[in-house]
Design a protein around this ligand. Sequence first.
Ligand code: NIG
Ligand code: FE
Length: 388
Amino acid sequence: MSTVITNIATLVTNDPSLGDGPLGPIHDAAVVIDGDRVVWTGESRKAPATDNRVDAGGRAVVPGFVDSHSHLVFAGDRTEEFNARMSGRGYTAGGIRTTVAATRAASDEDLERNLTHYLGEALRQGTTTFETKSGYGLTVEDEARALRIAARHTDEVTYLGAHIVAPEHADDPAAYVALVTGEMLDACAPHARWIDVFCEKGAFDGDQARAILTAGMAKGLHPRVHANQLTYGPGVQLAVELDAASADHCTHLTDADVAALASGNTVATLLPGAEFSTRAQWPDARRLLDAGVTVALSTDCNPGSSFTSSVPFCIALAVRDMGMTPDEAVWSATAGGAAALRREDIGRLTVGARADLTLLDAPSHVHLAYRPGVPLVTGVWRGGVREV
Ligand code: NIG
Ligand code: FE
């Protein structure tokens, strides 16, 4: 069945050949969906007749958001830790242990219910593709179960056994790295596409991170790295060296880190929800963009450092505080996210792309930053099916 959406004030295609600048906007546009694909875009008055017609009423349509970084398989929350932080305490990787304990104690059903709850939130805010990670189990069984549950909901599943050293191995990190690269990897690799490591003070150093990522790559997983979030460190350059799809956070970067990102294919994924919720310094998106680095924007949704499922919120933060223009932020949350997942079929609205569309109750995508905190998403099509 085909559907035409007409009377779109601004259609963001992310195809620069179709309009002005990287977003390739078409004004007074229409888009035709057939099955799960986009089959036509152009001026509304030239739209072909189809089975179904939807009038966008002079609103804007953007590609469904691609949230390329989240941690959604967990139980419990960390309200008290957040409260303490807002009274002046700092954020450390140590809080992850609280969620590990709650996640281990939860049933499969609880974990899946929690996951679908946050996925529903994200969908209602325009997210049509999401990546999510393990990392709150940290035993062979608990990591494999997190990935199995995640894989029921997305193809973009990441093995993060190397989130922190599991509490029971705290005295012997080398033994934990051996587990993560051995038995745990064997159990997890069949359920995941990606391998990630938290390369940070209090988590894993550069040598450990390299060992973990290369072991995963030998099993067919593709690398991505939690890099340079809390401190300067080797994560970003390791990510580029291993041709990781993405270096995530990128909050503390030297000039050499920026140059490395600019020279390779690794996307810098910025996660402003984390800086918001930990009162940390903002990543400098302007510096990265000016150096020619591909930037993605994602939520990092997790109960510790960034408990938001809202890509529009992250777009608003990135524009207000990270030096991005609204066009750049919208591109990064759609095409940038697709690049961070090395996907060609999403993050754009051009013929042949997956029909993932987000309809805004606004005439332009700029309103995502201009009207922060306002629930602008009023329609979502995922794979050609209207879900919101
Ligand atoms: O991306 N940095 C490491 N992991 C998460 C935080 C996880 C947590 O605090 O529970 C992050 O910010
Ligand atoms: Fe994260």
